[in-house]
Design a protein around this ligand. Structure first.
Ligand code: SAM
Ligand code: SF4
Length: 445
């Protein structure tokens, strides 16, 4: 999501006359697209901003701005006190901030922060809805397309519903038009993004706008329509992140029926214990989650399945953690994003529960799961040895002479190649499965 947002902001900046700088020292404008999911992300941003102080003293023209989850109100250092975001009160170096959903106000807020700037007016089309802004895609062959903003699930630990607002989906025609234009431009892989992407078109706000009236299963309908873009060159469709509560049988079947849809499932569990899941307000049980996995594996035995999990949530006992540990050994996910719980201001968990699992214990639990993950990941990669996978090449490393890309199962694959292969889909025979990636060689015709 953040990646796609950055591409939209980059596109607006280009329209305002800004060019990409190659070095930090040469830049007149820094914008940090922040994530406040965990405290660590915020700390990193503040650390980097501190480093800019030195540059600011050397270059008085330099402006520093922030957007993303950390921002609460679009404003600049020259705004009236009442609307000025607290971030500027906390850190002098920040000149302006804007809510990502108000990216279209970027010219306005820049001019307020620095009245001497002479910026062109943005076109009317860029001034309404930030999702309508044409992004400046970083690669031609892959794109992230947001289909939904906000979240209505209110997991007790999570800042997203407060930072991003109510869940609303983009009209299907608009999403399809963006995807079609991308494919016509040469895009081979599209990843649809949203916080609970599989509830696309079903939120309370979506219902009030009647944009999806009469469409029975909007997300599967969207995927089916996207699949038709194969005839123009679309090869792969992925999506992130779906929520287990909304994972329907029809969606699993779509992975069987639609050739473009990759056999890759990212299905966040968050905890292996039902009491913890309830306290997190996750709206499903471990048993319900396992049923989804069982159905996927019955229909698609070779699919890759990954997850997100939090360790050390408020009050998580060693026994409750052991349930997560057992589930890791049982389900053997291909990959997992393991987070140590980080209290976020304003969330229900911060107000109602105590962040009482000590740092060291969170670290112990993290390492325990990570060790199991490493073992499962190696085992899963070894299963591919001798098999051939389709790889979309993302980059070439001149030093090692190796290309790197991802298989349809989202596995990282490296092989000897050349720069010309970047953006090409090639068949690679897997020679060796390692813990976090697979090594292969290109099949010759
Ligand atoms: N919407 C997705 C879902 O419901 O699973 C996840 C999106 S969330 C932005 C990404 C991941 O960050 C979550 O799956 C969770 O594991 C982690 N996360 C969110 N809030 C957290 C917190 N307060 N502390 C630690 N990890 C957190
Ligand atoms: Fe956060 Fe839960 Fe929404 Fe995911 S579903 S974004 S974890 S509130």
């Amino acid at each position: 999501m953040n990646y796609s947002d950055s591409e939209r902001v980059a596109s607006l900046l280009e329209k305002l006359g800004y060019l990409r700088a190659e070095k930090w020292e040469d830049t007149d404008l820094f914008i940090f697209n922040t994530c406040s999911i965990r405290q660590k992300g915020e700390d990193r941003v503040f650390g980097q901003i501190e480093n800019l102080d030195r540059l600011k003293r050397r270059n008085p023209r330099l402006l520093v701005g922030l957007t993303g989850c950390m921002v609460r109100s679009t404003s600049s250092r020259n705004s009236q006190k009442e609307i000025k975001d607290d971030l500027m009160k906390r850190v002098d170096t920040i000149d302006f901030v804007f809510k990502i959903t108000e990216s279209h106000k970027i010219g306005e807020v820049l001019a307020e922060a620095e009245p001497r700037l002479d910026l062109p007016e943005l076109a009317e089309a860029d001034l309404n809805d930030y999702l309508k802004i044409n992004p400046k895609y970083t690669t031609k062959f892959q794109a992230f397309v947001p289909i939904q903003i906000g979240c209505d699930k209110y997991c007790t630990y999570c800042i997203v519903p407060y930072a991003r607002g109510r869940e609303q989906s983009r009209p299907m025609d608009e999403v399809l038009a963006e995807c079609r234009a991308l494919v016509e431009y040469g895009c081979k892989e599209i990843t649809l993004v949203g916080q609970t992407v599989n509830s696309y078109g079903l939120s309370a706000l979506d219902k009030t706008t009647q944009k999806f009236e009469g469409i029975k299963d909007p997300f599967v309908t969207l995927l089916t329509k996207l699949d038709a873009l194969r005839e123009l060159g679309l090869n792969r469709v992925r999506f992130t992140s779906p929520h287990p509560h909304d994972y329907t049988d029809a969606l699993i079947q779509a992975h069987v029926d639609l050739p473009s849809l990759c056999q890759y499932f990212h299905l966040p569990i968050q905890s292996g214990n039902n009491d913890v899941l309830k306290k997190m307000n996750r709206k499903y049980t471990v048993e319900e989650y396992k049923t989804i996995i069982k159905k996927i594996r019955a229909k698609l035995p070779n699919a890759a399945i990954t997850t997100d999990i939090i360790v050390g949530f408020c009050g998580e006992t060693p026994e409750q953690f052991e349930d997560s540990d057992k589930l890791f050994k049982e389900l053997r996910w291909d990959m997992a994003y393991i987070s140590r719980y980080s209290a976020r201001p304003g969330t229900v968990a911060t107000k109602a529960f105590k962040d009482d699992v000590p740092h060291q214990e969170k670290a112990r639990r993290w390492h325990k799961l990570n060790d199991i993950l490493e073992e499962c990941s190696l085992e899963n990669h070894k299963r591919f040895e001798g098999k051939t996978v389709e790889v979309l090449v993302e980059k070439f490393n001149e030093t090692t002479g190796e290309c790197e890309g991802k298989s349809r199962e989202n596995k990282v694959v490296q092989f000897k190649g050349n720069q010309e292969l970047v953006g090409v889909i090639v068949d690679i025979k897997i020679i060796k499965g390692l813990s976090w990636l697979m090594k292969g060689e290109m099949k010759t015709a």
